[in-house]
Design a protein around this ligand. Structure first.
Ligand code: ADP
Ligand code: 5GP
Length: 226
């Protein structure tokens, strides 16, 4: 008896990292993208001004309000939200292409966007929330990052409460005290989520084949015993 071999493949997943601004999600995201070639970043569009350290098309696509509204109206955005007074959104097409090619996509988005994506594609989303060890440390990190003026930092700290309140929307919560430990947790989550049985394409026929062969072995054993 010969069974047709089944090739196993995997559906790409959507890996969301959210946190109050300054807790360290971009740092964790960068480390993951550097180390893991099977995941790519979803590059958002934003109306926020570019920071000195940022590159257009790498960290964000920096666009004006008019262009943002047109993209949102045309349905080009998988999700969008207003955060700290600026608009942010996820272009839909690159995400669809990556997932169809079996790649994983990393999202650095807030709780509002996470809810929208989870409503649209619940089976493909893995949600991770990053917490700071304390509010004092969050403030210190925003200051140390030295990318925003005092006004902006204050806005972000005030906004942190609203973001932290959404912690229970997420599948996993990581307290980013020690960066190495936090990164190890991110990698463990991704590794485990990649092998969830629901994501493995062809698993059912693969197991059927194994059972068919197991049945053949049982039958042969019974025959030789009788
Ligand atoms: P977010 O993307 O959540 O706004 P960032 O990744 O930009 O936050 O991190 C904010 C600042 O805190 C950065 O200067 C980063 O280097 C620093 N940082 C991140 N994680 C840690 C950590 N575990 N311990 C100390 N500093 C950290
Ligand atoms: P920042 O201005 O610090 O880069 O980002 C501010 C907040 O906006 C962060 O919480 C970040 O995760 C969120 N954000 C960035 N891009 C998007 C996006 O495309 N959609 C949504 N909903 N939030 C985003």
């Amino acid at each position: 008896m010969t069974v047709q071999p089944v090739k196993l493949a995997r559906r790409g997943l959507m890996f969301v990292l959210s946190s109050p601004s300054g807790a360290g999600k971009s740092t964790l995201a960068r480390q993951l993208l550097d180390e893991d070639k099977h995941i790519e970043l979803s590059i958002s569009v934003t109306t926020r001004a570019r920071r000195q350290s940022e590159l257009d098309g790498v960290h964000y696509h920096f666009i004006n309000q008019d262009r943002f509204s047109k993209m949102a109206d045309r349905g080009d955005l998988l999700e969008w939200a207003q955060v700290h007074g600026n608009y942010y959104g996820t272009p839909q097409e690159p995400v669809e292409k990556a997932l169809a090619a079996g790649h994983d996509v990393l999202f650095d988005i807030d709780w509002q966007g996470t809810r929208q994506i989870a409503d649209k594609l619940p089976d493909d989303v893995v949600r991770v929330f990053v917490l700071p060890p304390s509010m004092g440390e969050l403030q210190a990190r925003l200051r140390r990052r030295a990318e925003d003026d005092d006004d902006t930092i204050l806005k972000r700290l005030v906004g942190a409460r609203e973001e932290i309140e959404k912690w229970s929307d997420y599948d996993y919560v990581i307290v980013n005290d020690d960066l190495q430990n936090a990164f190890a947790s991110v990698k463990s989550i991704l590794a485990a989520e990649r092998i969830r049985r629901e994501r493995i394409i062809g698993l059912r026929p693969f197991v059927s084949n194994l059972l068919e062969e197991a049945q053949a072995i049982s039958s042969a054993a019974e025959k030789s015993a009788s």
